[in-house]
Design a protein around this ligand. Structure first.
Ligand SMILES: NC(=O)c1ccc[n+]([C@@H]2O[C@H](COP(=O)([O-])OP(=O)(O)OC[C@H]3O[C@@H](n4cnc5c(N)ncnc54)[C@H](OP(=O)(O)O)[C@@H]3O)[C@@H](O)[C@H]2O)c1
Length: 274
């Protein structure tokens, strides 16, 4: 077995600490740096006070809150940068370009997991650009999603967008059912089963957004706009916030006004693409 590379982790937040721990468990020699001193030092790592000391390692893993706070820290002393800070595709591409110009090996990744999953097979790490995944397999299952360095960030935000919309819809539903005296424990199994059924519909909906043939014998947009009006009214009757159902109603209604009333829900994508 060859000698393992030395690795530094910048950022000891919830995720950075989990990454450092996973690297130690994989047998790497791990150096850690964090802006403030308050955060505990993960077991069996070497804490350094300056980023320059951290940059002596073969690989530097960054996991900070945003690119804005990360960018000023980066220098061409870094040999290989594994960037796991969340950002936009444009920010990822700009950092890849910065790395190229400065002779730094670079891979851009995103973590589709919570800290408790890091180091297990259930943690999916999407990465793009450079096909070498360096130390990523210490964190979970690395999946290369394409040559463009911005693609991992694109997948990240698209998938999180589905998560946020779903969680928002679920919390709205729990609040509404709560006003009718139905506890989350009673409602949630039905909600989870419903989400599975909806997930099974996505491949067909995706195909329709490509063919743009929105003919339907299942459910027309008209009836869904009426349903969203009812949902908004019901939330309002119960004194709840209506931001989410109202926003969906307004978007779907605009698609209806553009002539998609008899078409399938998939036709709403035409309104979104505007
Ligand atoms: N937690 C998750 O479930 C999860 C999942 C997937 C991806 N991520 C991504 O992982 C990254 C880190 O998330 P996290 O949950 O670990 O966040 P966190 O617990 O809030 O930690 C944020 C880290 O950023 C550092 N930081 C903030 N501002 C800084 C500055 N101006 N200069 C230097 N360091 C600064 C903090 O240092 P201080 O201790 O000094 O404040 C801390 O180390 C984010 O990009 C997040 O989107 C997180």
């Amino acid at each position: 077995m060859g000698i393992k590379k030395t690795v530094s982790v910048l950022g000891l937040g919830l995720m950075g600490s989990a990454l450092a721990k996973a690297l130690v468990e994989e047998g790497y020699e791990v150096t850690v740096w964090n802006r403030s001193e308050g955060k505990p030092t993960p077991a069996n790592t070497k804490r350094v006070k300056t980023t320059a000391e951290a940059f002596k390692s073969d690989v530097v893993v960054t996991c900070l809150s945003t690119y804005d706070v990360q960018q000023p820290l980066l220098t061409n002393e870094i040999k290989t940068l594994v960037n796991l800070t969340s950002g936009t595709p444009e920010q990822a591409r700009a950092t890849a370009q910065w790395a190229k110009t400065n002779g730094v090996e670079y891979v851009d990744g995103v973590i589709m997991a919570v800290p408790q999953q890091i180091g297990t097979e259930s943690a999916r790490i999407l990465f793009s650009g450079n096909e070498n995944h360096y130390v990523l397999d210490a964190f979970g299952e690395p999946v290369h999603v394409g040559e463009d360095a911005g693609l991992a960030a694109s997948y990240d935000l698209a998938l999180l967008g589905i998560m946020w919309a779903t969680f928002g819809g679920y919390l709205q539903a729990v609040a509404l059912m709560g006003t009718y005296g139905i506890a989350p424990a009673l409602f949630t199994p039905m909600a989870a089963g419903w989400l599975n059924e909806l997930g099974a519909m996505l491949p067909e909906m995706g195909a329709v957004t490509q063919s743009r043939n929105y003919e339907t014998d299942v459910s027309a947009l008209d009836i869904n706009v009426s349903g969203l009006r009812l949902l908004t009214e019901a939330n309002s009757e119960q004194g709840l916030d209506t931001t989410i159902p109202q926003a969906l109603h307004d978007l779907f209604e605009r698609a209806q006004r553009s002539g998609h009333g008899a078409h399938s829900i998939a036709s709403v994508i035409e309104e979104i693409r505007k």
